[in-house]
Design a protein around this ligand. Structure first.
Ligand code: IPE
Ligand code: IPE
Ligand code: MG
Length: 249
């Protein structure tokens, strides 16, 4: 979608395309807390306020899909107490904000192996998915126990099983078909990837889906990531020339 002129509440104007799908690696919660002499858990809790701000900003801009990296398959390596804290956040967030999400027509989804999450986490997200399933606004997608390599292997195994059972032929397996076996089957590939926290890596996030995505990195720690900075990322994105291997238009 091309928007000719957009301005946010602080009167900031920009021109360009709004990304349809934005994926975010919300990194830096632990360092945010450590810098203040607080336990890492305090950083994760503060991260919720940034989620609320950015979801509202995305709704305002007409973004269609927002995919948030919330817990990776590798994050189980952390101390149990920290894992427990992180896996309580979806409940806390949804308990506090579900009415507001409903009012904004936000639809909740998850990607990742949610069967392995604690029951309370799974129950809270499944309730929100069910409750919001008829909403037609922003699709808010939480990557929970998500790992891209796991997702790709899972897809390969399912395809192999379907071929074995005669539901699919080898010739039918093309890029489009493969994408349908991924957790993200219902979504277009992300147009923009934002990573906060200063690291320049993907950390096993959406490896297939990010093939032609524009990347935007910031040193801001996730709890400090502001609406203003989000608009800056969108503004930068609007200036990019996406060529997909072809020639510039
Ligand atoms: C991101 O913040 C949140 C999760 C990984 C769940 P971190 O906890 O990784 O914060 P840093 O990178 O240690 O600062
Ligand atoms: C990526 O952050 C995962 C999430 C934000 C959920 P990490 O903090 O786990 O990534 P690494 O370990 O620095 O690569
Ligand atoms: Mg980190």
């Amino acid at each position: 979608m091309k928007i000719p002129l957009y301005h946010n509440e602080s009167g900031h104007f920009f021109e360009g395309n709004v990304p349809e799908h934005i994926a975010i690696i919300m990194d830096g919660n632990g360092r945010w807390a450590q810098k203040r002499g607080l336990p890492r858990a305090a950083g994760h809790k503060e991260g919720i306020s940034a989620v609320v701000k950015i979801v509202k900003a995305a709704v305002k801009c007409g973004v269609k899909v927002l995919t948030l990296y919330t817990f990776s398959t590798e994050n189980w390596k952390r101390p149990k107490a920290e894992v427990d804290t992180i896996l309580k956040l979806p409940q806390e967030f949804l308990h506090a904000y579900l009415p507001e999400l409903m009012a904004n027509h936000v639809r909740i989804h998850t990607i990742g192996d949610i069967e392995r999450l604690p029951f309370h986490t799974r129950k809270a997200v499944q309730f929100a998915v069910e409750r919001t399933r008829h909403n037609t606004g922003l699709q808010l997608n939480f990557a929970l126990n998500y790992g891209s390599r796991h997702e790709i292997l899972h897809a390969v195994k399912e395809i192999a099983a379907d071929i074995k059972q005669g539901k699919l032929t080898l010739d039918q397996v093309d890029e489009q078909k493969f994408s349908q076996y991924l957790y993200t089957a219902d979504f277009p590939d992300p147009d923009l990837l934002i990573r906060t926290g200063g690291e320049k890596r993907l950390s096993n996030y959406l490896l297939w889906q990010l093939a032609y995505t524009e990347f935007w990195f910031t040193d801001s720690l996730w709890p400090d990531f502001s609406e203003e900075e989000f608009y800056r990322a969108l503004e930068d994105y609007g200036q990019r020339n996406r060529r997909y291997g072809g020639l510039s238009g």
